[in-house]
Design a protein around this ligand. Sequence first.
Ligand code: FAD
Length: 389
Amino acid sequence: SRTQTPLELFGADALVGEEERDLQAAVRAFVDDRIRPEIGRWWEDGQLPARDLAKELGSLGVLGMHLEGYGCAGTSATAYGLACLELEAGDSGLRSLVSVQGSLAMFAIHRFGSDEQKEEWLPRMAAGEAIGCFGLTEADHGSNPAGMRTRAKRDGDDWVLDGSKMWITNGPIADVAVVWAQTDEKIRGFVVPTDTPGFTANEVHHKASLRASVTGELVLESVRLPSSAVLPEVAGLRGPLSCLDEARFGIVFGALGAARDSLDTALAYAADRIVFDRPLSSFQLTQAKLADMTLELGKGLLLALHLGRLKDEGELRAEQVSLGKLNSVREAIAIARECRTILGGNGISLEYSPIRHAANLESVLTYEGTSEVHQLSIGRALTGHSAFA
Ligand code: FAD
């Protein structure tokens, strides 16, 4: 009988419009042609040709694709999610490059920036000619950004920023950093060109996860900025948190891409691998694994599509994004690890994707709100009690 892919089995294609499907197919083709042949080597070398890729991703139209105007495509949120899924089927590092650019740096400027900031940065960022990063986390303040030590002080009309940020994706290659800092009143966001005197970025090395992604520490020593550098439209933690909600939404779909690619790899491997004189895929234990993983992948996608439709209707709430992020990443990492077992010894080789996806997803489990933080957010919505502090 004809075999079906895991997602064909779910019939989920019928839930996606033609335009969204075409866009998804274009991103998938880009990943197959441009990323798949190289990614194992990039990951092993701990490098990503991010500047070149950013321009190619800009031409593909995925940078800030769900934003309106300024050279952005203005697609549905669901289409953006499906693009993230295809990018992360390539590698979580690739999806991170796109998420940070579009959903964190560009979104912050698009939603909270002045007209001048938007015109200066968004068209170049949409084209991938300028790369952005988003500096919220500090070495001592990750899950609790309210405790941040980075400060912005007024000096005449200027602002002067001092402090540091840690674990900043794209930091060392960025042309512009959106940096969040404590002021005498509330937390404010600043648009910082990275060639401003006093700004430096150091690359974080020795990562065992997300190796095909540039991560850095930002150091701000008396960085003097004009008054026009502040994001005028927001004050308080609501600013960075609403940007994180955007990026988390992409991860709800994205992580499932890593899971799908792992499962496709395991299915193909199990069909060809002969053990005890039969294909590995014909054994009951293997089929039980494949069936359970297919179920979780399909359930995850159904939830993601549902959340996508809510977002397209302007109805998506933060605790619902938490449901999706928690589920997708937790199930994706379990699937990637289980797929690795199906590949036996070959499962630990970077020739095959599951171990790379599993290692990458360790970062995805932690960034954009750890799994525990999302459990607490869901718990608060259910009980009315905040158990964060
Ligand atoms: P901590 O906050 O110290 O957490 C440690 C553990 O304690 C976790 O398990 C956590 O869930 C748990 N915990 C914390 N608070 C509670 C609580 N109240 N109750 C129970 N458990 C709790 N940040 C940016 O700003 N920009 C970026 O571009 C960016 N990119 C990143 C890229 C990578 C590869 C990584 C690894 C991180 C990145 N981050 C970025 C930072 C990321 O968002 C933080 O690492 C994350 O928020 C967790 O913070 P932390 O590392 O300080 O861990």
